[in-house]
Unconditional design. Structure first.
Length: 572
């Protein structure tokens, strides 16, 4: 029975051995006045953990306790119970046993639960106990994100595209509007946010619509209902409506922007659509405004490098460039530098494309090439605004580079980025743009190369039984093995089985000093400049990576994945 009489329920609760008589009496009284389950009340009042209580309750009721994610559930079993019932009651069908359907629940005392499941499935119901989180995770994995919403759309045989402007401004964590496509799109974004994703990709295939999230720099495919392809046009149209884009134009790429609130946190979503063979591919970049406000201590800098950078960002004038490929955290570093030096006695102006994070006390300008507001034009006008510090999102051409150098030479501190592989490569890149070497030597104070590596999950990482032959093959400095312990990724529930949670930076900081300037002026190669910097004590990206490996922060494979062999080291 799903409803237990008070005396029977009290006896079962007592049989768990976890609760005192007064606690049981309190639980039964609260249950009469609340719509929360016994399990939720036990956890809320701190009487026991959910898994602890449910294991004891399962023993008392002679029911199995299981984790649906650890059970091999046949697809035929999933089809025995309608998707709507699975999500409505937060249950999970796990097996057929002698003509009865075994269903996992976290609330065996829910009024009418067994009768409702029997009517929905047409089978006798046997219960198993599992935590609400485990059931929810398994349901999303096996049925797909937003499965209940699509199930309703299929049942209604209709496609809804709501265009209310105010929906985009509501808090998604509280949103429960009826428009099915609207709700499905919100669920995609909400799930991505919960998974700490930075990007969402909706990719039309011939037979389905694939959805992938980028978490910690790596793409993961998200389970979706098989019937999702049918609603592809409606889902993409809804996203375009939210981003103020032209829903009728499907032949050309478009860009848009969405502003949302999730759990009170403001999130900007950059939208990009691209026509493909099977429909428009949509990419969403999630920009959490607050997460951009990292301090220098959160960047993953070693103490020595942090001290060098602090000196550079507090110089009265000059250029400080951060280099690396797309997605290497350059913008985050720039914002961290600005955040560190931001004060009432400094006038800071930025010109960006786009403005990824809004900073209080900083005047930020958004590039708009369509009306003639390019980096070069904006930067030229910024110089008339009496700035102390200027941040240029990226130096893309000779004109922007020349103005930035002129600004540095006339007493301004300039931060910017370049797409090069290492620190010394920035010099070659600027000369390739047509900048005279003596101007580079006179204006550039520092060059920072960086990459992002995934951080090992603290819950499951373990020491690696290192292979000396492998270490020598990657030129690992064997003499440094005594500095720490090399760890390896394992994978657990906390990190979604990846072995990693979060990211940190590895850095290479080249200070342009009196030893480096003559090399720049004489047009020395980037490898010669790098060799001299190494002789003067610079640590390369890979060396910084090895330090983080020995500290147990990341793995050897991660450092190898994002950094290249230091040719300058082997030549020196």
């Amino acid at each position: 029975m799903s409803v237990a009489a008070p005396t029977k329920l009290a006896a079962l609760l007592e049989k768990t051995g976890l609760l005192q008589p007064a606690q049981i009496e309190d639980l039964l009284a609260r249950r009469q006045q609340s719509d929360k389950s016994i399990t939720e009340l036990v956890v809320e009042l701190g009487y026991a953990r959910e898994d602890q209580f449910l294991k004891a309750l399962a023993a008392a009721m002679d029911l199995p306790y299981l984790r649906p994610g650890d059970v091999a559930i046949d697809k035929a079993v999933l089809e025995k119970l309608p998707t709507k019932a699975v999500f409505q009651y937060n249950v999970m069908p796990v097996a057929m046993e002698n003509g009865a359907l075994r269903v996992a629940t976290h609330d065996p005392f829910a009024p009418g639960l067994i009768d409702a499941l029997r009517l929905a499935s047409g089978f006798r119901i046997r219960l198993a106990l599992s935590t609400a989180a485990d059931i929810d995770k398994a349901a999303k994995k096996l049925y797909g994100v937003g499965a209940e919403t699509l199930d309703r759309m299929m049942a209604d045989n209709r496609i809804e595209v709501a265009i209310e402007d105010d929906i985009a401004k509501q808090d998604l964590s509280e949103l429960d509007q009826e428009a099915s496509v609207v709700k499905f799109v919100n669920q995609i974004i909400w799930e991505a946010y919960k998974d700490r994703a930075t990007d969402i990709h909706l990719e039309p295939q011939e037979m389905d619509l694939r959805i992938r999230y980028r978490v910690d720099g790596v793409l993961h495919q998200t389970p979706v209902p098989p019937q999702l392809k049918r609603f592809q046009a409606s889902i993409i149209s809804r996203i375009k409506v939210m981003g103020n884009m032209d829903i009728a134009e499907k032949r050309l790429p478009q860009d848009g922007r969405i502003s949302l609130r999730i759990h009170g946190e403001e999130i900007d979503v950059r939208v990009s659509t691209m026509p493909t063979v099977y429909g428009e591919s949509v990419s969403l970049r999630l920009l959490m405004r607050s997460s951009g406000m990292l301090g220098m201590d959160k960047l993953g800098l070693e103490d020595r490098d942090a001290q060098i950078l602090l000196k550079l960002i507090n110089k009265p004038h000059g250029i400080l460039l951060v280099t690396g490929p797309t997605g290497s955290g350059k913008s985050t570093s720039l914002y961290a530098w600005l955040h560190t030096i931001n004060s009432v006695d400094l006038r800071i102006l930025t010109i960006e494309d786009p403005i990824e994070y809004e900073m209080a006390g900083v005047n930020q300008i958004h590039v708009k090439p369509e009306i003639g507001l390019t980096f070069a034009v904006g930067l030229r006008h910024i110089l008339r605004q009496d700035p102390d510090v200027i941040m240029v999102g990226e130096i893309r051409d000779k004109e922007t580079a020349e103005i930035a150098i002129r600004a540095a030479l006339t007493g301004h501190l300039v931060f910017s980025t370049l797409h090069t592989n290492d620190s010394a490569g920035a010099v070659t890149r600027l000369t390739d743009m047509g900048i005279e070497p003596f101007l580079i030597a006179s204006s550039v104070e520092g060059l920072v190369a960086q990459r992002l590596v995934r951080r090992l999950c603290n819950q499951c990482k373990r020491p690696w039984d290192h292979d000396e032959k492998f270490l020598r093959s990657i030129n690992f400095p064997m003499e440094r093995l005594a500095e720490g312990t090399i760890m390896e990724a394992v994978g657990c529930e906390e990190c979604r089985g990846t072995g990693f949670r979060g990211r940190t930076g590895i850095y290479e900081i080249l200070v342009v000093n009196d030893a480096i300037r003559p090399l720049i002026v004489s047009r020395a190669s980037s490898s010669a400049i790098k060799q001299e910097a190494i002789r003067r004590g610079m640590r390369t990206l890979r060396e910084d990576g090895w330090t983080k490996v020995l500290k147990g922060v990341t793995t050897l494979e991660e450092v190898l994945r994002v950094s290249e062999e230091d040719e300058a080291l082997s030549e020196s």
